[in-house]
Design a protein around this ligand. Structure first.
Ligand code: 9D3
Length: 254
């Protein structure tokens, strides 16, 4: 999969792209991330990428010409094939489902904004999609681009060791994860739950399922509505819902 990133700050992505899973995915040829400095596509003496907003007001707006020139020259023939995704606070919220869909494509382009905004014509006539990574304010689209790349790359077949293959779907059961423990069995007097030391795999599986349900119920009840629940699951949830003192957003064990 080829990912073209259009940014004014190509350096900020470098270290992360070279490290761990992403670095290996690139070395294995699973993804090829190409960065393009929007400033390289300016044509004026001062290499201007931003200007004052029409209508006044504070801040600067990214000019359309260098962004159009960059995307059109890099995508060339493929323009129209690959989605051109604008990272913007106004975009649709990024989800695992979107990551899964994007991971199926041979090529995508990501445009990172800076300053107060991007000329609206980029959104209207160049971008084919707009994505936000959540409701908080960042200084630009570079970190969001990395977030997309990271979540997509780990989904590509072969990106994670095969032992992690099943784990890829962990979000697809729609529940939060159960608690994890490793040695020592007692640390500063804090015991690992006895069931995990029992060697009884059926009991362990049931405990983990219930812990997932309990956590999801207390922290992210919204997730439960979209999940397939068994008879046992519902029974357990009814049980904790009826416990006195457990209100919706406390996880009293944590
Ligand atoms: C100071 C201007 N802001 C008014 C509150 C608007 C604004 C413009 C540009 C806020 C942030 C940004 C830079 N952010 C992104 O480009 C961005 C982003 C984000 O800030 N949060 C979540 N997802 C994304 S995707 C791109």
């Amino acid at each position: 999969m080829q990912i073209d990133v259009f940014t004014l700050f190509p350096d900020v992505l470098e270290t992360y792209l070279r490290s761990s899973v992403l670095g290996r995915a690139q070395e294995a040829g699973l993804i090829c991330v190409c960065q393009h400095n929007i400033r390289d596509f300016t044509t004026d003496r001062h290499r201007t990428t931003d200007d004052e907003p029409y209508g006044g007001g504070g801040g600067m707006v990214m000019k359309p010409e260098p962004i159009f020139a960059a995307v059109e020259s890099v995508l060339g023939e493929n323009h129209g094939q690959a989605p051109v995704i604008l990272l913007t606070p106004q975009g649709r919220a990024f989800t695992q489902a979107i990551a899964r869909q994007l991971a199926l494509l041979p090529r995508i382009a990501l445009i990172c904004g800076r300053y107060e905004g991007i000329d609206e014509r980029v959104r209207q006539h160049l971008a084919t999609d707009e994505i936000s990574i959540g409701d908080y304010i960042l200084t630009g689209g570079e970190l969001p681009a990395l977030v997309l790349i990271d979540s997509i790359a780990r989904l590509l077949p072969g990106a994670l060791g095969d032992e992690d293959a099943a784990e890829k779907d962990s979000y697809s059961n729609g529940l939060l994860e159960y608690p994890h423990y490793t040695r020592p069995a007692v640390y500063r007097g804090w015991q690992v739950p006895e069931v995990l030391l029992s060697g009884n795999h059926a009991r362990i599986a049931a405990w983990r399922r219930n812990e997932s349900l309990r956590r999801t119920f207390s922290r992210r009840p919204d997730l439960l509505e979209k999940t397939n629940l068994s008879e046992e699951d519902r029974h357990y949830l009814d049980q904790i819902a009826s416990l006195p003192g457990l209100t919706n957003n406390t996880d009293s064990d944590d």
